[in-house]
Design a protein around this ligand. Sequence first.
Ligand SMILES: C[S@@+](CC[C@H](N)C(=O)[O-])C[C@H]1O[C@@H](n2cnc3c(N)ncnc32)[C@H](O)[C@@H]1O
Length: 205
Amino acid sequence: MARNKRIKFLSELTQGYDCVLDIGTDHGLVLLEAFKNGYIKSAIASDLREEPLKSAKKSLNHYPVEFVISDGFKNIQSDFDLGIIAGMGAYLIKDILKYAPMDKTYILQANDNHEILREFLAKQGFEIVDEHIIHDKFYYVIMIIKKGHMKLSEADLYLGPKLKYKKEAKPFYDQKIKQFQKIYPKADDARQQALSKLIKIYQME
Ligand SMILES: C[S@@+](CC[C@H](N)C(=O)[O-])C[C@H]1O[C@@H](n2cnc3c(N)ncnc32)[C@H](O)[C@@H]1O
């Protein structure tokens, strides 16, 4: 079993999909966990750089995996059922998704700026079909997306249109409120106004 809760959770989300593409696979740990548990049949492990892909090759050498050096989707030629883009910043995930085939399901896990990513998804013609949060030292927000239409309020951008209904998100929202309250006293007037607005959003008033 994976020691890392995030890796384990991501791998569990691959159940029901045969061939999984992991973009930015690094050591290939999500795929490894998915194979070990019999969740998937085959995979495409892809990374921008040679070094991480070498590590993935070591971890996954017993499994039917195609290894591809690729900047995002640029060199991905084989078909797949599910794409994973995890453990990166929202801006990088946005850049990668601009070239994503639209007829697939994707699991996204951005390390930051979830509101930026949600705004982009809505504009790009994706729908967030579910969201999850896990805590393993840090909070990790995970989105499942597909082609579709969604209209997001400003609160939805920050809270998540699906996450806001989940009780496990409350400690994450409380942590955000605390962070904003901590920096509030030293912020200038404009920043204080913005912070007050964000605090209200996370308080779900
Ligand atoms: C922090 S690791 C995340 C590894 C794994 N996905 C996870 O969630 O644990 C980010 C990986 O993404 C790769 N990467 C960065 N930019 C990329 C791009 N444009 N296309 C493909 N991979 C990229 C990096 O080389 C690195 O191996």
